[in-house]
Design a protein around this ligand. Structure first.
Ligand code: GLP
Length: 272
């Protein structure tokens, strides 16, 4: 698929197929630009993609050593060496298995600090991303439609910021905190919708029926901060790789997206 304005949605046959399709997007980016700047999301969903990339790297089919890695978000009050941090996640799933030199990695530092210092870290991160120019930003989607930790209601023009997490998000992320949502930090630093939108290409991965409503709201609903991911409808280069369960909301609503590979694209709302 090339030169598609708006979202190009691919529905994979299964989870393994989804990981392969998403890995192809990363591989294409790096083929075009070996020193690409790539933003990596955390969460359960992209793990299969990262494992697929690691397999290709191990088989020497893909060389990612030239890329620069940037983070999407990080908990506040969780130091980078804490195993629950997103820094630790990226180290385990991206940096080490993909043989990335740590000097080519830029993370958001959520370790405890005053709100002023946290806000300054956000501004500095935006300056860094602006200077680097993000070629590809990988995002998952929250069940409430969040991207990164930009929660529903976040104005689209918001840059990297200090976000207050919703109860639902803390529940959904409780696994890493012993299953107790109250132990999940209340706040996080996150690329904002405006930051994410500056990436040249955005790759959204979603799997499981728990994401079906969020995916439908993102691609078939109104473009509204109530669903932060709906911002993607406005972006000129979005690739979405879904497993069949995550795509069921799209087909139910019958908005021009067929959940099979024969009709992989959906035009932007304005173009329909
Ligand atoms: C967290 C992350 C998001 C991620 C979401 C979904 O909230 N900050 O970046 O997309 O979880 O995670 P999962 O893939 O585990 O459902």
């Amino acid at each position: 698929m090339t030169a598609i304005v708006g979202a190009a949605i691919e529905v994979a046959r299964d989870a393994a197929d989804a990981a392969r399709l998403a890995a192809d997007v990363v591989a294409d980016t790096v083929r075009a630009r070996p020193d690409a700047v790539i933003g990596f999301a955390t969460g359960r969903t992209p793990r299969a993609l990262y494992a697929q990339l690691a397999r290709r790297v191990a088989r020497r089919e893909l060389d990612l050593r030239g890329i620069r890695v940037v983070a999407l978000d990080e908990y506040v009050g969780v130091a980078p060496d804490d195993p629950r941090s997103f820094a630790a996640y990226l180290d385990a799933h991206v940096i080490r298995p993909l043989h990335i030199d740590p000097r080519r990695v830029s993370l958001l530092d959520g370790s405890a600090a005053s709100d002023e210092v946290l806000a300054e870290r956000c501004r500095a991160y935006d300056r860094l991303l602006d200077a680097a120019g993000v070629d590809l930003q990988i995002v998952g989607i929250g069940r409430n439609g969040h991207i990164g930790f930009s929660e529903p209601g976040t104005p689209f023009e918001t840059a990297t910021h200090l976000a207050r997490l919703t109860e639902a998000t803390r529940r959904d992320n409780a696994d890493a905190f012993g299953g107790d949502p109250r132990r999940v930090p209340e706040r996080a630093l996150t690329q904002g919708p405006a930051t994410i939108a500056r990436a040249r290409t955005i790759l959204l991965v979603a799997s499981g029926d728990g994401k079906a409503d969020a995916v439908a709201a993102a691609f078939d609903g109104p473009i509204d901060p109530a669903c932060p991911a709906s911002l993607l409808q406005r972006h000129p280069r979005v690739r979405a790789v879904l497993d069949p369960a995550a795509a069921t909301g799209l087909s139910r609503r019958g908005r021009g997206v067929t959940p099979d590979r024969s009709a992989p694209t959906t035009p932007r709302k304005a173009d329909r």
